[in-house]
Design a protein around this ligand. Structure first.
Ligand SMILES: [Zn+2]
Length: 382
């Protein structure tokens, strides 16, 4: 088995789309192919040429963020309710951090807790086993990722110099809409992180195959990360590799912290946008210098370093995934039925209203978090 893809595979896809464009006469299909060609070219540059957005783009992205925020105020209340509800557990968080410091000699490397080495081959076979045990329909989509895709999964060594993955990312899933081909990259850390990450990226790939009409770039803030984060949580829950309960619980905890951080950043971004609103979202020199009196430029840069859409997508999806996990623990079939409905949401719906109509947002996310915190503390005390 050779899981490798590189420049050549991408260029081949670009050529395929160009050929399709030459043969196509239907104007609607042509428009679709052209936009697909553009996004595939962007993927290519992003992946291999290492381009980063110029600094002066920041204020444009702030403007986009303000527009996004005013379009989706429900997301803000969902995320801020979640963040606020976790304030009840601050003592628990500190106690776990102290225990983790003790266990890792202060270096914070969770993988040192419990014995867990996973080779690339074992990683792939565990992910296969996970989807096989999960559900026939989802597994048949999962099998599709492998079929005819000699080059779909790429393991990146940790010294890859961040060309595909920046330092915050562990994995990435690229989907080329016109040719319906998926490319997955996972940082080869050979530990449980790589395994969870591959499960997550395969969740995206399955989502792409189940809902192929949905353009990769048509960012649906609420649902895009939901299936992959849910798979990530389920992988830890099902523990098909029979890993040490210590490593499983600590990883669940680190996942919680990761998404909780996103929620925090999101709240800060929203506060900033509320403040900026006073200046009617202007970004001329004068306004900027007034804003900088309260929010120095470095803070704004910092705040928006992870894009607004990232800081909204991840916590929202995590909260919903926890709700779904709660159902899963009582009724596996029902949870998977809801998940499939969410994965195949038709385009005409607003994602928040749609999700809210089939998955009630109760306080179960909080209950699940409490469970994670209690169990993590318990295993670390042992
Ligand atoms: Zn993802």
């Amino acid at each position: 088995m050779n899981y490798y893809w590189g420049k050549k595979a991408f260029l081949e896809e670009i050529k395929k789309i160009k050929d399709m464009i030459e043969k196509e006469t239907n104007p609607e299909k042509l428009a679709f192919l052209r936009s697909s060609l553009n996004s595939t070219r962007n993927l290519y540059f992003q992946t291999f040429e290492d381009i980063s957005a110029p600094k002066n783009k920041l204020y444009n992205s702030l403007y986009d963020a303000a527009m996004t925020y005013s379009t989706y105020p429900e997301y803000y209340s969902l995320v801020s309710k979640f963040s606020d509800s976790l304030l009840d557990y601050q003592d628990k968080f500190s106690s776990i951090e102290t225990l983790l410091d003790l266990r890792t000699n202060g270096n914070g490397d969770f993988n040192k807790i419990g014995d867990c080495f996973i080779s690339k081959e074992r990683n792939v076979s565990l992910v296969k086993l996970f989807y096989e045990n999960l559900d026939d329909e989802l597994n048949s989509y999962f099998q599709e990722i492998y079929k005819d895709r000699y080059s779909s999964i790429r393991f990146l060594s940790s010294n890859y110099e961040g060309k595909i993955l920046d330092s915050n990312d562990y994995g990435i899933d690229y989907y080329i809409n016109a040719t319906k081909k998926n490319f997955i990259a996972v940082r080869n850390t050979q530990n449980i992180g790589a395994n969870v990450c591959l499960t997550h990226e395969c969740g995206h790939a399955i989502h792409n195959l189940m809902n192929p009409e949905k353009n990769y770039w048509d960012t649906d803030y609420l649902l895009w990360e939901l299936p992959s984060i849910f798979m990530e949580l389920l992988n830890l829950e099902e523990n098909v590799g029979n890993f040490d309960e210590k490593i499983i619980n600590v990883y669940k905890y680190s996942t919680l912290c990761r998404y909780y951080d996103f929620a925090d950043v999101f709240s800060e971004q929203v506060n900033f946008i509320k403040y900026w609103k006073k200046f009617k979202y202007k970004y001329d020199k004068d306004t900027i210098s007034k804003i900088n009196e309260f929010y120095p430029k470095e803070i704004i840069d910092d705040l928006f370093q992870s894009g607004f859409s990232d800081s909204i997508t991840y916590p929202v999806s995590y909260i919903l995934a926890l709700e779904l996990l709660h159902i899963y623990k009582q009724d596996k079939k029902e949870a998977l039925k809801i998940l499939k409905k969410l994965m195949t949401m038709p385009d005409m719906f607003d994602s928040y209203t749609y999700a809210n109509s089939i998955l009630e947002f109760n306080n179960n996310a909080k209950t699940e978090c409490e469970d994670i915190l209690n169990k993590t503390e318990e295993v670390l005390r042992k």
